[in-house]
Design a binder for this molecule. Structure first.
Ligand code: SF4
Length: 380
């Protein structure tokens, strides 16, 4: 028997389709599905659409036909991540915390730093990745709202990612008191389920997300492309600090497939915010080595494990190359441009979540449900 071990969990390729069908057909279970931003920009390729076709509406109609009880959007939790991470960054800057702070929403990347640069773990934001935040909220906030016992809930995440299969089984991912996310299936696995169910994808009328964990901003959508988390964070951090409206929302310096991108953003009240974006673990290594030798003079760094970010994730349709990655990313940026709300802190459902349940960013409930810790692991 040949066992392939990937140090960052990115080829943790066991399928979970059977388990998900089981949950759907179990009448005692309340089964919730969420999908990551990059999924909607690539799923269509499995049904003959050209790369870069956004199939959000058909995807939502398809998952409803599969029998899920509620359909929520990981984009909602991407907005929430920006609120928590933005406040964490400002706290570190104001109180002299560990800088540069590095994003933590890519589990392949998180596993990499745990194995190969454990001495730099204090640089990682403590924010959970968005789908884990959403899982924790479904089994607390939403369960209370609809009066369902969280022990009867099953949360399924449709992700572009194979590393998230490992992530959802990390023992610390149980802030709700239950396993926050029960199963992760990839974009390819979702396509397989749709085909198994005999659904004619092309003829589906557009479906919709359920409230309140389905509302999202353009900033949440662009999380799926390298540089997207940084751009979303800059939109919010700028307005939080200055109290002024950002006139131009596009930070084009952090877009595209260049290995490492840098930007210096003047923010009244902070001076300058120096940021960098890296995708792919080779580029991550370069930045980490610069942190170690003291030459990485940044406040905030975004690192994504997969080349191109999640649009090029290991669970996405094949083949993939830079042209396809760019087309998928372009679809997300185009969606962002069309949305009325394009900043995470302006998402009305996020505001309501803090008013009704969380209290404040970085508060006690946030720490319990939305933040995590890391483990130094042995080098391979
Ligand atoms: Fe997963 Fe890759 Fe996206 Fe990281 S960049 S979350 S490993 S798909």
């Amino acid at each position: 028997q040949c066992i392939l071990v990937c140090p960052v969990g990115a080829i943790h390729e066991k399928e979970h389709i059977e388990e998900v069908w089981h949950a759907i057909f179990d009448p005692s279970k309340f089964v919730v599905v969420q999908d990551a931003p990059a999924v909607r920009a690539a799923l269509g390729e499995e049904f003959g659409y050209p790369p870069g076709t956004l199939v959000t509406g058909k995807m939502l109609a398809a998952v409803r036909r599969l029998g899920f009880d509620r359909v929520f959007d990981t984009n909602f939790a991407a907005d929430l991540t920006i609120i928590e991470e933005g406040h964490e960054l400002l706290k570190r800057i104001k109180e002299g915390g560990v800088l540069p702070m590095i994003t933590s929403c890519s589990p392949g990347w998180v596993k990499f730093i745990e194995h190969f640069y454990p001495e730099l773990l204090p640089h990682l934001s403590t924010c959970k990745s968005p789908h884990q935040m959403l899982g924790a909220l479904v089994k607390t906030y939403y369960a209370q709202k609809v009066g369902v016992d969280p022990k009867d809930m099953v949360v399924v995440s449709v992700m572009p990612c194979t590393a998230k299969k490992f992530e959802c089984n990390r023992p610390e991912m149980n802030g709700s008191g239950y396993k926050d996310v029960d199963y992760v299936i990839t974009t390819r696995e979702l396509a397989k389920m749709i085909k198994q169910a005999g659904i004619d994808f092309a003829s589906l009328e557009d479906g919709y997300y359920d409230d309140p964990l389905g509302e999202y901003s353009g900033a949440g959508t662009i999380f799926g492309a390298t540089g997207g988390v940084m751009e979303a964070a800059l939109r919010t951090v700028y307005e939080l600090v200055t109290g002024k409206t950002l006139e131009r929302l596009e930070f084009t310096a952090v877009r595209g497939l260049e290995d490492i991108k840098e930007a210096v953003v003047p923010v009244e009240g902070l001076g300058e915010l120096k940021v960098a974006v890296a995708h792919g673990l080779g580029n991550a290594r370069k930045i980490l080595d610069r942190i170690k030798d003291g030459s990485a003079d940044y406040h905030f760094i975004e690192i994504m494990c997969c080349p191109g970010g999640c649009v090029g994730g290991g669970g996405q349709p094949l083949p993939v190359n830079d042209e396809i990655r760019m087309l998928r990313a372009r679809a997300l940026y185009q969606e962002d441009e069309k949305l009325r709300i394009r900043k995470s802190h302006e998402n009305p459902s996020i505001k309501k979540l803090y008013e009704e349940f969380l209290g404040r960013p970085l508060g006690e409930k946030s720490h319990q449900l939305l933040h995590t810790r890391y483990t130094a692991r042995r080098k391979f």
